[in-house]
Design a binder for this molecule. Structure first.
Ligand code: FEO
Ligand code: CA
Ligand code: CA
Ligand code: CA
Length: 650
C-alpha cells in the first residue's frame, strides 16, 4: 500500500547529513568503489568486504524476452510470445457452498468464503509439500485492505452500515486456494486445504508479548489470544511450508488513540501513528474493539507477523511477537549456514528501520511440524548502515545497552511491543520507507527495497546520507547487502547501492553502473523476487503518481556484464499497483497480483472495469505463461534448465 502521509511525530529529528547533495554522497560512495578496484589498502578493504567485487563472475542471466513498450493501463501488457490469465479474482468462491461473486449482493457471509480484496503477497506451494510440482499447488494470497469507493454503491467512511463494515472485516486477511493448471489455464479448485483468515479469525499470541499486560483485552483476559489479522501486505514462505504474513498499516483500523491516559501507552500510540480521531473506514462505529477509548489494548494485537500453515487449515494461526511490532511490509526467511533461520523485515514508513531476527534453534528439514515454532525464540536486530559501506545489526534485547527498565523496557515483551521506540534508542538508520527485503539465493545477497520518501531532507526532517542519497526521494532505491562472510546470522555487513530509481535521463539515477541509455525508467519499487539465475524481478507501487505511467514489473541481472540492465516485462492496470511477484518452481508460470485497479474512482464511474470488462474492477492475481511453455523471462533455449541445475547444484 502506498502511504503518502508523513507523521512528523514519528521522527526523532536530526539535522545530520542535511545538505549533502545526491552527487556528493554518490561520489563519495562511487569513488570508494573505484579505490577498491585500484587495490587500495587491505585494512580499509577488510572493513568493507562487500566492495571487493571487481571481478564479478560471468553469469548467464538466461533472460531473453522482448521488453514491452508503452502501456495504456486498460489490460495487463506482457512481452510478445506470452499470455496473461486473470484467474484469482476478488470474490471468486473458495468452497463448495460459497456463492459466485455478486457485486450487488456483497455480504460478510459470502465474503468469508470467497477470495478477499486487494491481493498483495502471492506464494505458490506445490500441492505435495517438498516437491517441485508446478501444475498443482496452494496459492496463498494476502488481502491488504479494501477500496469501499469502488465496492459499495452507497455509504462512505464513518457512515457504513453494520452489514458493510462486517463485509470489510471479511474482505481482508489471507486466503489459501488450491490451484491447478490444465490446458495452459490455471483455475481455483474448491479443495480441502482452502482457507480464509480475516479480521474475525481466532489467533494465538506467541513469543515475548504473550500474556503481557498491554495484550489483555475484554476478549483475551490473559493476553494469549487475538481476533483477526489485517493490513497483510507482503509476506514470506518459510522453508517448512508455512507463510509469515506481515501486518502493515494496522494503525488505520483504530480510532480515538487520543483518549489514552496512560502516558506510556499514549507515547507508543503516537510513535505508531494510531489514529487520534476516526479510523479509516469507521469500524469503531459498529465494533467497540476498534475504538481505543472503549478497548484500549486491542491495537497492541496488530502490527505483528502472523504465521499460517497452508498445508494444515485446522492449525490455529499464530501471531509471532518475537519478530517485533511495527508496520511490517514483509517477512522473508532464509536458512543460514549453521541451520538457524533468519527473517528480514522492513517497517514501511518514512524514516523507519530495517530489522532481522535470528532463530535460537536450527531448521530441521526432517520435521516440518517442529519448525513451526522456530520464530518464537531468538534475537531481533535493527540495522545501522554506516556511510562507509559497512553496517551493524543492533540487538533489540532487553537489558542490553539502553533497553532498560529506566528507559521503559523492563521486559522483552516491552521491547517487541514498542520495537520502533526501542530501535530509536539504539540509533538505527532511518530509511526511505523499506518495503520488501529479500535474499537472492543465487548470490546470497540481501536486497533492501526503499520505495520512496518525499519528506527526505525536506524542512527539518533528516537529511540525505549515502544510504538514502536523494532529497525528496520520489522514486526510491534498492540497496544490496552482503552479510559478513555470507553468514546471514552475522552482526555486521557491508552494503552498496544497486539502483537509484527514476528516469535514467535524470542525473540522480543509478543503475548499478550500467549504461543509462540502455535501461528502462522505473519508480517506487515495492516487492521483488528472483529467478533461479538470480535476476531481480521488481514490482512497483506508485508510478502513476511519480512518473505518470502505470505500475509494472521490471527485470535486471544482478551479476555479470549486464548487472543493472533493467528492462520492462509487464505493465498493469490504471489505479493499481503490481505486487506479489512469484514463480512456480519450474518457472513456467509467473504470478503477479494486480492490486486496487481503479483506486480513487467510483462505483458510478470506475476508471477501469478490468478484468471482467463489465461491472466493478476486481483486484486479481494473473498468471503469465510463455506460449511455448518455456521458463518465463528466459530465452527459448533447451539448455537453460541444465544450466540452472548446474548453478543451483554448486
Ligand atoms: Fe503495503 Fe508497504 O506496502
Ligand atoms: Ca507500497
Ligand atoms: Ca507493499
Ligand atoms: Ca516478496
Amino acid at each position: 500500500m502506498e502511504r503518502m502521509h508523513y507523521e512528523p511525530d514519528e521522527v526523532v529529528r536530526s539535522g545530520e547529513g542535511q545538505g549533502s547533495s545526491f552527487w556528493q554522497v554518490m561520489e563519495r560512495r562511487l569513488s570508494r568503489r573505484g579505490l577498491m578496484k585500484a587495490g587500495v589498502t587491505a585494512t580499509v578493504a577488510a572493513a568493507v568486504p562487500g566492495l571487493l567485487r571487481s571481478n564479478p563472475p560471468v553469469v548467464d542471466t538466461g533472460l531473453g524476452f522482448t521488453p514491452i513498450g508503452d502501456a495504456p493501463g486498460t489490460e495487463v501488457v506482457v512481452p510478445e510470445g506470452y499470455t496473461v490469465q486473470p484467474f484469482h479474482r476478488w470474490g471468486d468462491p473458495l468452497f463448495a457452498e460459497a456463492p459466485e461473486f455478486d457485486p450487488d449482493g456483497l455480504s460478510a457471509e459470502a465474503q468469508a468464503v470467497q477470495v478477499g480484496y486487494n491481493c498483495d503477497f502471492v506464494g505458490y506451494f506445490p500441492i505435495e509439500y517438498g516437491t517441485d510440482r508446478s501444475d498443482h499447488g496452494l496459492l496463498v494470497v494476502n488481502h491488504e485492505y479494501v477500496n469501499p469507493e469502488i465496492m459499495f454503491a452507497s455509504g462512505k467512511p464513518g457512515d457504513f452500515t453494520r452489514a458493510q463494515i462486517d463485509t470489510l472485516l471479511e474482505a481482508v486477511g489471507v486466503s489459501v486456494a488450491e490451484v491447478k493448471l490444465a490446458d495452459s489455464q490455471w483455475s481455483i479448485v474448491k479443495g480441502s486445504k482452502n482457507a480464509r483468515y480475516s479480521l474475525t479469525t481466532p489467533f494465538e499470541l506467541t513469543g515475548p508479548a504473550r500474556g503481557h499486560d498491554w495484550m489483555k483485552t475484554s476478549t483475551s483476559e490473559d493476553g494469549t489470544t487475538s481476533i483477526g489479522t489485517c493490513s497483510n501486505c507482503s509476506a514470506g514462505k518459510t522453508p517448512w511450508g508455512t507463510v509469515l504474513s506481515a501486518e502493515e498499516n494496522f494503525q488505520d483500523m483504530f480510532a480515538n488513540a487520543a483518549s489514552e491516559t496512560d502516558p506510556a501507552k499514549a507515547k507508543s500510540h503516537g510513535r505508531y501513528g494510531i489514529s487520534t480521531a476516526k479510523s479509516q473506514y469507521g469500524l469503531e462505529q459498529h465494533h467497540d474493539r476498534f475504538d481505543v477509548a472503549k478497548e484500549p489494548n486491542e491495537c497492541f494485537h496488530f502490527g505483528w507477523v502472523v504465521e499460517v500453515d497452508p498445508y494444515d487449515p485446522e492449525w490455529t494461526p499464530k501471531k509471532r511477537t518475537a519478530l517485533g511490532r511495527f508496520r511490517h511490509e514483509a517477512a522473508t526467511t532464509y536458512v543460514a549456514k549453521d541451520g538457524r533461520v533468519v527473517m528480514y523485515s522492513g517497517c514501511d514508513s518514512q524514516f523507519e528501520y530495517v530489522y532481522k531476527f535470528v532463530s535460537a534453534k536450527a531448521f530441521d528439514p526432517t520435521d516440518r511440524i517442529a519448525n513451526r515454532d522456530l520464530m518464537d525464540e531468538g534475537t531481533l536486530y535493527v540495522a545501522r548502515y554506516n556511510e562507509d559501506g559497512t553496517g551493524e545489526w543492533l540487538p533489540l534485547v532487553q537489558g542490553t545497552g539502553p533497553l532498560t527498565a529506566e528507559n521503559g523496557f523492563a521486559t522483552q515483551g516491552d521491547v517487541v511491543i514498542d520495537a520502533r521506540s526501542a530501535a530509536d534508542l539504539l540509533g538505527a538508520t532511518k530509511m526511505d520507507r523499506p518495503e520488501d527485503i529479500e535474499v537472492n539465493p543465487a548470490n546470497e545477497k540481501v536486497y533492501v527495497v526503499c520505495t520512496n520518501n518525499t519528506s527526505r531532507a525536506k524542512a527539518d526532517n533528516p537529511g540525505t546520507d549515502t544510504m538514502n542519497p536523494r532529497p525528496e526521494n520520489r522514486h526510491g532505491h534498492i540497496i544490496e547487502v552482503t552479510e559478513a562472510g555470507d553468514d546471514h546470522t552475522a552482526t555486521t555487513f557491508s552494503w552498496e547501492m544497486f539502483l537509484v530509481c527514476g528516469d535514467p535521463a535524470d542525473e540522480s539515477t543509478y543503475f548499478a553502473g550500467y549504461d543509462k541509455t540502455q535501461v528502462s525508467p522505473v519508480s517506487c519499487p515495492d516487492n521483488v523476487c528472483f529467478d533461479r539465475a538470480g535476476n531481480i524481478w521488481i514490482a512497483t507501487d506508485g508510478q502513476e503518481r511519480s512518473m505518470k505511467r502505470v505500475d509494472g514489473v521490471y527485470v535486471a541481472p544482478v551479476e555479470g556484464p549486464e548487472r543493472g540492465k533493467l528492462r520492462p516485462f509487464l505493465a498493469g492496470i490504471v489505479g493499481g499497483e503490481c505486487a506479489g511477484p512469484e514463480f512456480t518452481p519450474d518457472e513456467t508460470t509467473f504470478f503477479v497480483a494486480i492490486q486496487h485497479p481503479g483506486e480513487g474512482s467510483s462505483v458510478e464511474k470506475p476508471s477501469t472495469r478490468w478484468p471482467d470488462g463489465k461491472g466493478l474492477p476486481r483486484p486479481t492475481v494473473v498468471a503469465i505463461r510463455r506460449k511455448d511453455g518455456g521458463p518465463v523471462g528466459g530465452r527459448p533455449s533447451p539448455d537453460r534448465r541444465e544450466f540452472l541445475t548446474g548453478l543451483l547444484g554448486r
